[in-house]
Design a protein around this ligand. Structure first.
Ligand code: SF4
Ligand code: SF4
Length: 173
């Protein structure tokens, strides 16, 4: 796989008003629709497949740890969608969320509910997907070596394919 980037852009990782979000997402949608979709498809499929493998494992971890948590990670204020999140969603043909996680700095995440995140895992900012807190890392270390290897492989696969998607987009648009 050709990778032209080593790090995702931090573009759009910031609080945004509704009109700002609409403008950004509309611009991305328009540009994305104008370029050849075919090169994006294999990366989108691999990201989706890796997330499908991770989802039940992460859901189990969350069920075991989050209800007792005294310092929930979703209360952090520096979590935002970035450009790669949005490109991945468009490549997977998943609707973009209705807004950035917050309009103003310091506000709670708009997707946080008393029962957890209202977004499906596949539609969350990727930082919310890969984050394993210390308590969850303890569960990870209890997994078999085979499962641990597979787990790490899924994250690496997603990381590389997200970089590829953003590089493709930047080269083609
Ligand atoms: S993932 Fe960890 S830090 Fe976040 S809410 Fe669950 S237990 Fe708490
Ligand atoms: S998007 Fe969901 S998982 Fe991420 S911080 Fe907000 S509520 Fe938590």
């Amino acid at each position: 796989m050709e990778i032209l980037k080593t790090e995702e852009s931090s573009l759009y990782r910031q609080p945004m008003s509704e009109p700002e979000w609409q403008e950004v997402t509309e611009t991305l949608r328009t540009r994305f629709a104008q370029i050849d979709q075919e090169p994006f498809q294999s990366s989108a499929a691999q990201i989706r497949e890796a997330l499908q493998w991770l989802d039940p494992v992460m859901t189990k971890y969350c069920e075991l740890t989050c209800p007792q948590c005294k310092d929930p990670c979703c209360n952090a204020h520096a979590i935002f969608f970035n450009q790669t999140d949005m490109l991945s969603l468009m490549a997977m043909e998943i609707s973009l969320p209705p807004g950035q996680t917050r309009v103003r700095p310091g506000e709670p995440c708009r997707y946080l509910t008393p029962k957890g995140c209202r977004l499906q895992r596949v539609a969350r900012p990727y930082v919310c997907v890969w984050f394993l807190c210390e308590t969850q890392m303890d569960l990870f270390w209890e997994e078999s070596a085979l499962t641990q290897r597979h787990f790490v492989k899924q994250f690496e696969n997603i990381r590389l394919n997200r970089l590829r998607l953003e590089a493709l987009y930047e080269n083609l648009s």
